[in-house]
Ligand binder design. Structure first.
Ligand code: SAH
Ligand code: SF4
Ligand code: F3S
Length: 469
């Protein structure tokens, strides 16, 4: 009998990947994904703990689901309610206590055991006080117990590395995802081949510190550069990306991969967090602002068309006006075409949360606004500099309007084009006609060459202008 499964995903791309894998694990049990919780036999909240706002959402969503569960019970059916992901890992016991109507609480490393958990819930027949809490870090890597991914899209995620050993003083990830683990290269290549056969053209390799990848290869351990070279040889894979990388783990071989492989897209997400050495040290990032600058120079030398995106935190404990000015400086000098920026959010159990020198909320807000203004201006300038150039666009689906297709440029800019033909999965060379703050529109050209080697930004991605907040 077919049963409805609703999964709601919060947080990072790895959670998106995990949600898809949970659906794969549950498919043999007859669960089919649906778009809303109302008629669902099972609901999974795949949660994120990174900032306070993200984890608060979970408890309000649970209140809503409780009412749906109760009305289903009143109607003679039931709903299994599961909380997965990083809030489950960090606050599992609290969830069991505060929300006893939740049937299963499971951490990110245990979801291959979902079928067994569901069987146990069925045996307990929904009796409260019988909640399952599965937040150990099991000795067996879950990847060895997951089915091959089912249906795939044109652009897909593939987890190659998980966990983090870096312990930045603001961050919960080392606690919620556990120690660094790299999947063996052969398993990744096999998964990538399968994805390519089912229509994937672009693969984004995922890891919390993806360039710390050191997986077992044919001839000893492979780094990320080596892995990307092997992936570039797979028929059908036309674009490769990776995220999130750490400045400390960019090695010569990875830089050489950017130089040598046209499949490796010229947009690198390289979080820097702050431009102040004092703050970078307090964050335990393990590099200085100048280390970051030098790294950017080496990467751009290897791949002149390379554009950068980044993450920033403002108002880290002890951050002065001078420290913040150093961040603004770094952004001015480097030029980012896209960025995420956040107010520091103290997280339970992390060292920075216990620092007595917390920055007042209104100062955080003011700094965030100033930083986002600059990043937005840089992003807009970059988008505008694309007008009149040709960019290869991977078509991913139909646009919002009839007769329109939508895809992504090498720089992940959404691009729309008017055309009736279904071009999903093809890379079209488009002349960019118009830039909006977050997207572009283009028209088809007869030209065959993917001429984005010179990215078309006229150098603006390296000047003061190019990013977003
Ligand atoms: N592994 C990645 C980051 C993962 S978290 C890396 O090392 O860069 C994504 C982003 O969330 C971080 O880059 C950081 O900018 C932000 N972030 C993490 N913890 C935060 C906190 N406590 N408060 C505010 N922002 C935070
Ligand atoms: Fe968090 Fe730092 Fe690890 Fe990134 S490198 S996941 S910010 S601890
Ligand atoms: Fe959030 Fe966990 Fe990802 S805390 S950002 S879902 S690793």
């Amino acid at each position: 009998m077919s049963k409805n499964l609703f999964i709601k995903t919060y947080g990072c791309q790895m959670n998106v990947y995990d949600s898809a894998r949970m659906a794969d694990v549950l498919a043999p049990l007859g669960f089919t994904p649906v778009d809303a919780p109302d008629d669902a036999d099972m609901v999974i909240l795949n949660t994120c703990h990174i900032r306070e706002k993200a984890s608060e959402k979970v408890f309000s969503e649970l209140g809503r689901l409780r009412r749906i569960k109760e009305s289903r019970r009143a109607g003679g059916t039931d709903m299994i309610l599961a909380v997965a992901g990083c809030v489950a890992q960090a606050e599992g016991a609290l969830i069991v206590e505060r929300a006893p109507y939740v049937d299963v609480v499971l951490g990110p490393q245990t979801y291959h055991r979902l079928p067994e958990m569901i069987a146990r819930v069925a045996r307990s027949q929904g009796a409260e006080g019988n909640r399952l809490l599965e937040t150990d870090f099991p000795p067996e890597p879950k990847f060895d117990h997951l089915p091959q991914p089912a249906a795939s899209g044109v652009s897909v995620f593939l987890t190659v590395q998980e966990g983090c050993d870096k312990f930045c003083t603001f961050c919960v990830v080392p606690y919620t995802r556990g120690a660094e683990y790299s999947r063996p290269a052969a398993a990744i290549l096999e998964e990538a081949r399968r994805l390519a056969e089912t229509g994937a053209r672009e693969i984004t390799l995922l890891g919390q510190t993806v360039n710390a990848y050191r997986g077992e290869g044919r001839d000893g351990p492979w780094g990320l550069g080596r892995l990307i070279r092997a992936l570039a040889g797979i028929e059908g894979i036309e674009r490769i990306r990776y995220t999130t990388s750490h400045p400390r783990d960019v090695d010569d071989d990875l830089i050489a991969a950017h130089r040598d492989l046209p499949q490796l897209m010229p947009l690198l997400h390289l979080p820097v967090q702050s431009g102040s050495d004092r703050i970078l040290a307090a964050m335990n990032r393990g590099h200085t602002a100048d280390d970051y600058r030098r790294l950017v120079v080496r990467l751009r030398k290897a791949r002149p068309a390379l554009a950068l995106s980044s993450d920033f935190i403002v108002g880290f404990p002890g951050e002065t006006e001078e420290d913040f000015a150093a961040t603004m400086n770094l952004v001015h000098e480097t030029g980012f075409v896209q960025a995420y920026s956040f107010k520091y959010s103290p997280r339970p159990g992390t060292p920075a949360a216990a620092d007595p020198d917390q920055v007042p909320e209104e100062i955080k807000s003011r700094r965030l606004a100033a930083l986002q203004d600059l990043l937005t201006a840089q992003q807009r300038a970059f988008n505008e500099a694309c007008v009149g150039r040709e960019l290869p666009v991977l078509i991913e689906g139909r646009g919002r309007f009839p007769g329109q297709m939508a895809g992504r440029s090498p720089y992940l800019q959404p691009v729309t084009v008017r055309m009736d033909e279904d071009a999903v999965g093809r890379i079209l060379n488009l002349r960019i006609l118009e830039a909006r703050p977050n997207s572009l529109s283009g028209e088809g050209t007869d030209s065959a060459g993917p001429e984005y080697g010179t990215c078309g930004c006229g150098g603006s991605c390296r000047s003061a202008e190019g990013g977003q907040g």
